[in-house]
Design a protein. Structure first.
Length: 229
């Protein structure tokens, strides 16, 4: 029977290293994520938050246990399935990973090309729209070198959102942003959840945005110690 949740982990364990250097990073993780919700992973540095995020987002191989993403089992999944699933996802990481030779708008258009959701003639319009929603309407043709760190982060957020992904995985997306910009990013993500059923899993140390979370999952030393709604 297919899992009703867009994301679910069951008895998930993970290790780094081999032989004597092998160290367990996650222990018996069990969690489900509701469709359209904003789930926030919190905990001290080294608690396993980013490791869990990358496993749920099929960016890291599942070693032991089960991860189901959008109705597909990731443990043992082949490369073609993983590639097709990634096209349905949006990713935001602390490193902006922008193309330095492309403008803000062109960087966002790259996100549309990955998803393949719009014909080329509509891509510029869609990229401009989402950048405008994030307060960058006057920076569309700026190269990354001419943007501040916070502006570059908002371009990276726009690139993740523009293809209307089924799921967004975000690692510290507001770390480089001031209170207003960070609040606008999270508000936009929440709106996508309400209007389009977009599911978001976010790692953060930013206590300013916790009150917007539908669910807070707390990790300590690789274990879930609290799951509160």
């Amino acid at each position: 029977m297919q899992n009703p949740y867009p994301i679910a982990a069951l008895n998930l364990n993970h290790w780094f290293g081999t032989c004597e250097a092998k160290k367990q990073a996650l222990f018996d993780i069990n969690v489900e994520v509701e469709r359209g919700s904003l789930t926030v992973l919190v905990g001290p540095s080294g608690s396993g938050k980013t490791t869990l995020l990358t496993l749920l987002g099929c960016l890291r191989e599942v070693q032991d246990g089960s991860v189901q993403l959008l109705g597909h089992e990731l443990n043992g999944a082949n490369g073609s399935l993983l590639t097709s699933l990634r096209r349905r996802l949006g990713f935001v990481f602390q490193a902006h990973n922008l193309h330095n030779s492309l403008t803000a708008r062109q960087n966002v258009v790259v996100g549309l090309q990955v998803h393949g959701t719009l014909p080329p003639e509509q891509s510029d319009e869609a990229a401009s729209h989402v950048l405008g929603l994030l307060g960058l309407g006057d920076r569309l043709d700026y190269l990354p070198a001419n943007l501040s760190g916070g502006q570059k982060q908002r371009v990276a957020v726009a690139r993740a959102l523009v293809g209307n992904p089924d799921v967004i995985f975000a690692d510290e997306p507001t770390a480089a942003l001031d209170r207003e910009s960070g609040g606008n990013v999270v508000a936009l993500i929440k709106r996508l959840g309400r209007e389009r059923g977009t599911t978001t899993v976010m790692v953060t140390h930013d206590n300013r945005i916790l009150d917007q979370a539908d669910r807070i999952v707390t990790l300590e030393e690789g274990r879930i110690v609290d799951k509160s709604s």
